[in-house]
Design a protein around this ligand. Structure first.
Ligand code: ADP
Length: 436
């Protein structure tokens, strides 16, 4: 803000006396300008207001802002009054051999009574704009110690040269202009980062959609023919053909997960809702993982209410996939002899499902990211487990599509708990695609 205490008067060597009335009028006008600035909708309007205020408060014919171009190492007119715009918009002003350059390099204000008689003046701009510069005042635009450009006013009408007060006014307006320029640059950077991220996301989705589509057909053929071959050949070759079928099925699973997330993201996924029993889904899931758990001596247990089926309105196959993803992780990330407990309970008009293990746990730094697509705690180059970092992304998208919530709690080395809550009656799926 504009400094209004007596330090300001001392700093600029101003005396309280006959000029007091004049100064307080200027102060008032300056304060009014700064207050009105906040109403400016965009940078151009904001800075044009500063240019008019600079010309008005310093009694000048005109004002402009030159911005330093670090690559070209010269200045261009970033803001000029409309009547000069066409003539000098594309003009460049050199760093060496111009008053703007001097102000910029010395980071000090410079007041000149007659620019035409000053060797530092760069006369080409006057020729281009058909303008005659006599007196001139330039102040540097500085932000956090770094010069950005120069703010100039020309041809003071009420005196032969600019005063200390004019310098003060220009420095105040220059600091407002510097902040505005910086904010606009930051906003532009943020905007282009957002656009870049969006484009990357779009390319990723497009790549996933094309790849999964192209892989699905040949994989189907591999699976179909190898199953057919298995029937034809002798049992001594079954082991090899089974390996082909197993791995092709795994690839099919990966492709399905990929397109599932993609469908959720693009809003292409639909829910086939009907009455389903969560208790039943849990029991079926445990059955399907018993063999895998037994291989690593992991015990799978469930804890369900005695007299409640936990009936909800959901797409049962999708909720089964969600639960499978959680249980599979719980088994995979458990140590030999570990335990996985699956609990479910009714909560007013929702059902809460908890999958708890006493396995390796998740580091605190990774916990906020595990539901993101392709996120894996261990690098895929060093990790012992297969997977593509899609299971939890699919689980999150599915639960959220049902109007539910999913989250995880974990302590590294102690274990993890994944919890999801589903409303008994899922609301209409949102029209907007999910961002996973
Ligand atoms: P993936 O299929 O690759 O395992 P997920 O999306 O299912 O991918 O899981 C993402 C990451 O979260 C996993 O790579 C793993 O590091 C971590 N994670 C998930 N569940 C557990 C768990 N129960 N215990 C420890 N880490 C887990």
């Amino acid at each position: 803000m504009f400094p209004v205490n007596s330090d300001w008067l001392v700093k600029y060597n101003l005396t309280i006396g006959e000029n007091d009335m004049e100064q307080s009028k200027i102060l008032e006008r300056l304060l009014e300008v700064t207050r009105n600035l906040s109403a400016s909708a965009d940078l151009e309007t904001y800075v044009q207001t500063l240019l008019s205020a600079a010309a008005e408060l310093t009694d000048s014919e005109s004002a402009s802002i030159l911005e330093y171009d670090e690559i070209a190492q010269d200045f261009h007119f970033r803001f000029v009054p409309w009547f000069h715009r066409e003539a000098i918009q594309s003009a460049r002003v050199p760093l060496n051999g111009s008053i703007a350059g001097w102000v910029f390099l010395h980071e000090k204000p410079l007041s000149i009574p007659d620019a035409r008689a000053d060797a530092r003046h760069y006369p080409k701009i006057d020729q281009l704009s058909n303008f005659t510069t006599s007196s001139l005042l330039g102040v540097p635009l500085i932000l956090r110690g770094r010069p950005l450009g120069v703010f100039e006013v020309f041809n003071k009408s009420s005196a032969a040269q600019y005063s200390e007060e004019d310098i003060l006014i220009m420095e105040t307006l220059a600091s407002l202009a510097s902040t505005a320029l910086q904010n606009a640059a930051l906003e532009q950077n943020a905007q282009s980062s957002i656009e870049g991220a969006k484009e990357l996301e779009r390319l990723k989705s497009e790549f996933i959609a094309i790849t999964s589509h192209e892989l699905r057909t040949p994989l189907g053929l591999i699976l179909g023919h190898s199953t057919f071959l298995r029937e034809l050949i002798g049992s001594e070759h079954h082991e090899q053909v089974d390996a082909i079928i197993r791995n092709a099925s795994r690839l099919k699973e990966i492709i399905e997960s990929l397109s599932r997330v993609d469908n959720y993201q693009t809003g292409g996924a639909t829910l086939r809702e009907g009455r389903a029993s969560i208790a039943r889904i849990i029991e079926d899931t445990i059955l399907s993982f018993n063999e895998m758990a037994a291989q690593t001596q992991v015990t799978l247990k469930s804890s369900l209410p005695q007299d409640d089926e936990l009936s909800v309105n959901v797409d049962a196959s999708k909720i089964a996939v969600t639960l499978s993803n959680l249980v599979k992780n719980a088994v995979v990330f458990s140590n030999r002899g570990g335990q996985v407990n699956i609990r479910a309970e009714r909560q007013q008009d929702a059902v809460k499902v908890t999958v708890e293990d006493n396995g390796i746990g998740i580091p605190v730094k990774d916990l906020p990211h595990i539901f993101e697509r392709f996120y894996q705690v261990e690098s895929h180059l060093t990790r012992k487990h297969s997977g593509m970092g899609l299971g939890l992304a699919v689980a999150k998208a599915t639960v959220e599509m049902h109007g539910g919530k999913i989250w995880a709690e974990s302590i590294e080395g102690v274990g993890s708990t994944f919890i999801f809550i589903l409303p008994v009656d899922a609301p209409e799926p949102p029209k907007q695609p999910f961002i996973v």
